[in-house]
Each structure stands twice: as C-alpha cells, then as structure tokens.
Design a protein around this ligand. Structure first.
Ligand code: MG
Length: 368
C-alpha cells in the first residue's frame, strides 16, 4: 500500500438539509414529517473534502441546530483546524476535548475526518478499519399509531421486501399490547418483531407488559429502552425480570455509559448510534467494551440522511460484535439527495468500493 497522501485540514462549511419523509415518523417521544439535518464539509490543502452530518434531535439528545452550529464553529473546528488527516487519533482526541457533551457536533466532525482518512488512504472506510464486506440487513420502523394502521403499515413493509420490523410503542401500555397483537396477526409467525418503547414505560409497567407479550406468544425478538434513560436501576430490574432480550438505547451514549451498563448487566444489548457516541471513534470503543463482555450490539441512527447512516454502515461492516442493524432512515425518506454511499435493496445494505464513505456529494444543501 502506498503511504497516505498528506492532507492538512484547512477549511470547512456547514449547511442545512431538509428531506421529506414518505410518512410522518412517530415515537413515544416525538413526531416529524421530515429529516432536518446539518451537513458539514471539511476541506484539506490537497483538495480532498470529507463529509459529516449532525441532525438536531432535541427530544432525545438535547441538541438543537443552534447548539450544533455553535459547538462546531466555536469549539470543535478550532481544535482541529491546521492538523493533518494522518494524525487522525490526535484530531479526534482534540475534538473530544474541545467541549463536554455535544455528541452530534463531534460526530459530524469525526465522520468527516474518517471520510477524509479513507479517501487519502484510497480505501473504503470499513476496509481501512479491518472489516470485510458481508450481508447486512436493516429492519424497518413502524411508527406509533392506532393498532389497525400499524398492522397495515407492517404488511406494506413486508410487501416492499423488508424482513424484520421495529415496532414503536410506549404510549398506553394496554394499547401497546393491542398494537403488537395486531401487527403479529397481520405479518404471521415468521417476521422478527423488535419493540421500541422509547422510554415510554415505568419499570413495573414494562415488566407487566413484556410478561404479557411472552404469555400471549407474540414472539418478540427484543424490547428496546423500556424505561426512562436515567433509570439504570429500573432498566436492570426489567432485564433481570423477563426472558425477552432488553436493548439499551437512550441509556447509553458513550463508551463510559457502556462500561457502567455492562458492569451492572443492566441490559442484554446496546444500540450504538453515531449521534450518541460522538462519531465513529466512540462507536468503536463501545464495540470493544461490548466484545470484551460478550455482549452483542445493534447499530441504529436518529432521523438522519443517508450520509451519516452510510458512516454507521461502515462501522457495522467493520465490527462483528454488531449483529443487528436498524439503519432504515434512508428508506423512510421520500427523496435521496446523497450521491453514492450505502446501496439499499429491500432490507439489504451494501457499501460501494469507493474510498472513504463513498459519497460523491449531497444535493439541496443550503450552505451558509
Ligand atoms: Mg430506540
């Protein structure tokens, strides 16, 4: 392999991107009709550009467009400007140390740096991370609605070639059971059903609901984030009380959170998202901790464009401890403004052989 080209970080620009969804996305926490996100471009002195992304998901991460833009322009960008892409780890440490929190802002920078690192080394990112191309298959999210509408949406998803479904619940616990019964009845016994309560239940309510799912034979593959994110003791109580696999999402952002959750065995699996971990480097740390503990991970995303979802797909290809994939935002969108990047065919996701993320450009960005 030839040595990586030098690439001094010399410039950046930020822009806004809005992509309409095919159908309003509804969870226990929020409802949205479009993906509204921020796109970052980092430029080097050799003319290469790297792309990153940071959607504001205030209801989950607390980040807004304003906080993301300010964190990038006043803290994270000044910390890395002038460094060389070949000093990737130092640049990521500098970005991490530039401010507390602000995971999406850091993720945008981290993703753009990894994109450039791949480009300057001439390899797709997952290969540079030691990964091998393999079949990955995303689930498809069914929004929180009335049982009949959710059953119809589930049937339509199967007709469109999606194999596993993620069912959003977390409203009224009794109605949630009706939702799951309606979906299971509609799709038959073979479709894997993942349930995401998005913090919508209290521990006892969660235990009662999950036991009921078990007793009704609904065959639920896993239940994600049954209780509020801060209630780690409650999450552990649920995990210890039921036979169903419990997946932590909003309770785990960073590697430090993962270490604590695993040491308490408060959940059976962790859902990794780049917007929680502050990007790829943080996600890889969680993978290492989970692997050491013998715990499998899911990789997911916020409502993001295909840009940062492609970055997540590279992480998925690079680490075998990730065994479940929840990377459906691009298929929930009515348009795809991202040129290149992950290729979707039904549930299946493949990555292009191009260097870095394999993204050629993004249409419709309002650059500032
Ligand atoms: Mg979730």
């Amino acid at each position: 392999m030839t040595a990586a080209k030098a690439g001094k970080i010399v410039g950046m620009r930020l822009g806004r991107l809005s992509i309409p969804l095919k159908k309003t996305f509804k969870t226990a926490l929020r409802s949205t009709a479009s993906v509204l996100t921020n796109i970052l471009e980092i430029q080097t002195d050799c003319g290469a550009v790297g792309y990153g992304e940071a959607p504001p998901t205030a209801a989950i991460t607390g980040d807004t467009d304003g906080s993301i833009w300010d964190a990038i322009t006043s803290r994270v960008w000044p910390a890395i400007a002038g460094m060389d892409i070949s000093e990737l780890n130092d640049a990521i440490s500098a970005a991490e140390a530039s401010c507390v929190g602000n995971a999406p802002a850091k993720a945008a920078v981290d993703i753009a740096l990894h994109d450039l690192w791949g480009k300057l080394n001439g390899l797709p990112l997952y290969k540079l991370l030691g990964g091998t191309a393999r079949e990955i298959s995303t689930d498809f999210t069914i929004s929180l609605n009335q049982p009949e509408e959710m059953a119809n949406d589930a049937l339509e998803a199967l007709r469109n070639g999606y194999m596993a479904l993620k069912i959003k619940v977390g409203g009224d616990a009794r109605l949630d059971i009706e939702r799951l019964k309606a979906v299971r009845e509609a799709v038959g016994p073979k479709t894997p059903l993942r349930v995401d309560a998005n913090q919508g239940w209290q521990p006892k309510e969660a235990i009662r609901s999950i036991e009921l799912m078990e007793n009704l034979g609904l065959d639920i593959e896993l239940v994600e984030q049954p209780v509020p994110y801060y209630d780690i003791e409650g999450l552990k109580r649920v995990t210890d009380s039921v036979g169903t696999v419990i997946l932590a999402d909003e309770s785990v952002y960073s590697a430090r959170d993962a270490l604590k959750l695993i040491s308490l065995r408060a959940a059976d699996m962790i859902n990794i998202k780049l917007m929680k971990s502050g990007g790829i480097a943080g996600a890889l740390k969680i993978c290492a901790i989970a692997e050491a503990a013998g715990m499998e991970c899911m990789i997911g995303a916020m409502m993001e464009s295909k840009l940062s979802v492609t970055a997540a797909a590279h992480v998925a290809q690079a680490r075998r401890v990730i065994t479940k994939y929840d990377l459906d935002p691009p298929i929930l969108c009515a348009e795809d403004p991202v040129e290149g990047g992950a290729l979707y065919a039904g549930s299946s996701i493949t990555l292009p052989d191009a260097p870095g993320l394999g993204i050629d450009g993004i249409a419709g960005v309002e650059w500032m």
